[in-house]
Design a protein around this ligand. Sequence first.
Ligand code: NAD
Length: 387
Amino acid sequence: MGSRRIERVAVLGSGIMGHGIAQISAMAGYRVTMRDVEQQFLDKAMERIRWSLGKMVEKGRISSSEMDEIMGRISVTVDIERAVKDSDLVIEAIPEEMRLKKETFARIDALAPSHAVFASNTSTLPITEMADATKRGDRFIGIHFFNPPQLMQLVEIIPGASTSTSTVDIAMGYVRSLKKEPILCRKDVAGFIVNRIFIPLVHEAAWELKEGKASMREIDAGFKFRLGFPMGIFELADYTGIDVVHKATKEMYSRDRKVVNPCPLVEELYAKGHYGQKSGKGFYEYGQGSYARIELSMQEAERYDPVRLLAVAINNASWLISNDVAGKEDVERALILGMGLKEGIFAIAGRVGYARLVDTLRALRIGSRNEFYEPDSWLLNLVKSSS
Ligand SMILES: NC(=O)c1ccc[n+]([C@@H]2O[C@H](COP(=O)([O-])OP(=O)(O)OC[C@H]3O[C@@H](n4cnc5c(N)ncnc54)[C@H](O)[C@@H]3O)[C@@H](O)[C@H]2O)c1
């Protein structure tokens, strides 16, 4: 089945991600059925979609009749059978709980047409384990959108152990039809591509803070201005949500000890309910209401050299390459699109010097006795070939 044959998309969950996925699918011409457990959630989701499309009309990006057509392509239901019975593609965006996701997939396996492809928008859970709850492992895949789906260009595509190549093609084709950029994460590894870099960075920065290497603002300024990220790493963690970071950490660490060195500061914030922007306090304190940026200065950046942060990011990026999860270009592109980096992370690393990054990792490895810092073989080869 080619991607052109997808006409009907069912979106399960109408929260932060689900309503956005439903909106962009309808904008690309698909007929969409969005399902949630209560009508009030669906009403709120439709309100959000109407608001978002209304903004596009205001900016002249679509006409009001186009807005009406897009809205007309979305229907909502609390009835799971109605949601999936005519679908060609089901995208699951319900809460990040394996038990709930498996139950849901097992249930719809009996209700959806046999040709329908099932996709999960999970950020961290294993695709293969979810696929195993169904009898259609070959037609099961991860389609990982970033928040907000309406604006973020990157979508990671993650095949499970039994996913067929035609399902990969369907997923890639669907994402391209949304005018988004799919990047293939060839293996179902903890954190996929972007979270495998992002989540450990939050912890590494937290270790620097805990060890008194610099102030929070200095670390953030160094990260932002000296590496070319759009904001500080603590600021980004607060924006993402400390609860989300914490949950992702636990999930990733339980699957693979090599992926992150968890710093207790994150757990402490989580335990206190300091979830970041949304709760008014995370690493930083925020006023109530609208989204606030942290004003950081170049002077602060001069007081913190983010070499440890870069070393850890490059090491995890190299791990993805040496384990054949993604090629160098795809890793770089994913970080540019998913984390807003201005240029390729290997270009930045090249300027700092690979040998210096490996020395930094070795010192951390010896100091902490933690294999997380063991320099990756691909990175070591880079040093060899560039010396
Ligand atoms: N929020 C993000 O930044 C982000 C980014 C990428 C991926 N994700 C992933 O997307 C998924 C959804 O996250 P979210 O942030 O949109 O969550 P959310 O809490 O905003 O929305 C989840 C929605 O699913 C509904 N729901 C619960 N059980 C359901 C069921 N059985 N059937 C249908 N709907 C059900 C809830 O009522 C809620 O409206 C998670 O797997 C998450 O890890 C989130």
